[in-house]
Design a protein around this ligand. Structure first.
Ligand code: FCB
Length: 444
C-alpha cells in the first residue's frame, strides 16, 4: 500500500486492542479475585474443549516483551482492558494495590514506548461475587462499577487520558443473560433487559466517577456495530433489518447519544422498563468525549414473518468468503455503519475500537504468510478512509487483536492476532500481516 492509495489525516491513531481475560492468565496471582469468565470457562461444556483463560498468553508475566513488540510494530495506541477482579477482587470493598500496580507499570512502560494507552474499564470479567448477588441484573452492580472506576482513576488518571467504560453492552446483556453463550451463561430475558439498562447506567455512573477522579479524562463507550441490512428491497425485509438494527445496535446507542431507548426495540422485547428510574437517562446520556465502534461483519435480515428479525442469521453469499468464525467478510459494511451513525447521531470523535479477522493461520518455516488477513485489513482500512472522506469524525483504528488469544467460548480455536501465539511455548511470531501493518503505520 502506498500513501496515495489511502489517505488518513496526520495524527490518526493506529493501534491494537486486547482484553484482560483473553491474554493475561495469572488468574490467581497477586490477589486477583474470581471473575464470571473463570467460573464459566471452568464449567464443563461452556467453552471449546473446556479451554480457559488460566494461562492465555501469559501476558501478566510477559507484558514487557509484548510492549516491546508493539513498539517494534510502531503502533501509536493500545487498547487493553483492566480486570475489575484484580483491582477490587470481591467487586466491592477493599482495593487490591498489587492488582492496580500491574496496570500502573503497564501504563508507564507504554508511555515510555511512545504508545498512548486507551484502557477499557469493563471487558466482561465481572467479579463472581457480584454475579452471585445478581450480576448485571442487579442495579447495585452499576454503583459497584463506579466505585471501582474511581479507584482506577485515582491511581492512573494522572497519566491515562483516554478511556472506554464498557466494551460491547450488547454482548454483556444479550450473550451473558439472554442466550447464555457468554458468562455468566444465564438464559433469562427479564435479566437480560435489566442488564441492558444497568450496564448502560454503569457507563454513565462510571464516567462521572472518572471525571471526579481525573478531570482531564476523555471518555466513551465501545459498541457492537454490525451492519444490519435487508435481504431485498421488499418492505417486509426492510422492516426486519430496521428492527434488527434497533434491537442490536440502537438499543445501546440511542440511550447514550439521545437519552432514550428506541420504542420499537422496547416493544419487541416486551420490556416494561421497570428498572428505569427518574434521572437514569440523564446519567446514561451525559456527554461523551469519544465513541468506540467495533465492526466485524454484516447481518442480513428477512421478513419478520419468516424469522425472528431481532436475531438475524448472517446469510453468507456464495461469492463472499467467510472467516473461521463463520462471519462473512464485508468491508463496505464498516464504511456504511460509520456513515449511518454519522447521519443518525451527533457523533463525538469516533474510533474503530475493534476490527479484525480470524483465519486458520499456519506456521511455515517459522513464518505466517497470512495474505488473507493482510487483504482483509487493507480493504477495511480503505472502507475507513471512505468513511472519513464522507465526513465521519474518525480519529483512529484499533485492530483486533495484537496477538492470538483466548476467544471466549471458542477457546484457542480462533486466531485473530497480528502476532501468532504458540501456546505451548508462549513464543510469539509476528505474522506477515503484522509486518505489513507496521509499514502502513510508517507510511501514513
Ligand atoms: C468482540 C470482543 C473481543 C473479541 C472479538 C473477536 O466482540 O469484544 O473481545 O472477542 O469480538
Amino acid at each position: 500500500m502506498t500513501r496515495s492509495s489511502l489517505s488518513f489525516p496526520s495524527g490518526f491513531l493506529w493501534g491494537t486492542a486486547t482484553a484482560a481475560y483473553q491474554i493475561e492468565g495469572a488468574v490467581s496471582v497477586d490477589g486477583r479475585g474470581e471473575s464470571i469468565w473463570d467460573r464459566f470457562a471452568h464449567t464443563p461444556g461452556k467453552t471449546r474443549n473446556g479451554e480457559t483463560g488460566d494461562m492465555a498468553c501469559d501476558h501478566y508475566r510477559r507484558w514487557r516483551d509484548d510492549i516491546a513488540m508493539m513498539r517494534d510494530l510502531g503502533v501509536n495506541a493500545y487498547r487493553f482492558s483492566i480486570a475489575w477482579p484484580r483491582v477490587v477482587p470481591n467487586g466491592t470493598g477493599a482495593t487490591n494495590q498489587a492488582g492496580l500496580g500491574f496496570y500502573d507499570r503497564l501504563v508507564d512502560t507504554l508511555l515510555e514506548a511512545g504508545i498512548t494507552p486507551f484502557p477499557t474499564l469493563y471487558h466482561w470479567d465481572l467479579p463472581q461475587s457480584l454475579e452471585d448477588a445478581g450480576g448485571w441484573a442487579n442495579r447495585q452492580t452499576a454503583y459497584a462499577f463506579a466505585s471501582y472506576v474511581a479507584n482506577v482513576g485515582e491511581r492512573l488518571g494522572d497519566r491515562v487520558h483516554d478511556w472506554w467504560t464498557i466494551n460491547e453492552p450488547w454482548c454483556v446483556a444479550e450473550l451473558g443473560y439472554r442466550t447464555g453463550t457468554h458468562a455468566p451463561g444465564r438464559t433469562d430475558p427479564a435479566a437480560a433487559a435489566a442488564a441492558t439498562h444497568h450496564v448502560l447506567l454503569a457507563h454513565g455512573l462510571g464516567m462521572s466517577a472518572m471525571r471526579a477522579a481525573a478531570p482531564q479524562c476523555r471518555l466513551g463507550i465501545a459498541v457492537n456495530a454490525d451492519d444490519h441490512i435487508s435481504r431485498s428491497a421488499h418492505p417486509g425485509d426492510i422492516a426486519a433489518a430496521e428492527l434488527a438494527h434497533a434491537v442490536n445496535t440502537r438499543l445501546y446507542l440511542d440511550p447514550v447519544l439521545r437519552g432514550e431507548y428506541p420504542t420499537s426495540a422496547v416493544a419487541h422485547r416486551r420490556w416494561n422498563q421497570a428498572e428505569v428510574r427518574p434521572g437514569d437517562m440523564e446519567i446514561i446520556s451525559a456527554p461523551m468525549d469519544h465513541l468506540g465502534v467495533n465492526y466485524y461483519t454484516r447481518r442480513i435480515s428477512h421478513d419478520p414473518k419468516v424469522v425472528d428479525a431481532a436475531r438475524p442469521q448472517p446469510i453468507v453469499q456464495p461469492d463472499l468468503p467467510q472467516t473461521t468464525m463463520g462471519w462473512e467478510i464485508y468491508a463496505d459494511g464498516l464504511r456504511d455503519v460509520l456513515v449511518r451513525f454519522n447521519n443518525d447521531y451527533d457523533l463525538p470523535p469516533t474510533y474503530i475500537t475493534e476490527s479484525g479477522v480470524a483465519f486458520a493461520d499456519e506456521v511455515v518455516d517459522g513464518a505466517i504468510h497470512d495474505e488473507d488477513r493482510r487483504r482483509y485489513l487493507e480493504d477495511h482500512f480503505a472502507a475507513a478512509a471512505e468513511a472519513l472522506a464522507a465526513g465521519v469524525p474518525l480519529r483512529g483504528y484499533f485492530i483486533w487483536t495484537l496477538l492470538d488469544n483466548f476467544e471466549w467460548q471458542h477457546g484457542y480455536g480462533q486466531r485473530f492476532g497480528l502476532v501468532y501465539t504458540d501456546y505451548a511455548s508462549q513464543r510469539r511470531i509476528i505474522k506477515d500481516s503484522g509486518h505489513w501493518f507496521a509499514d502502513v503505520i510508517n507510511l501514513t
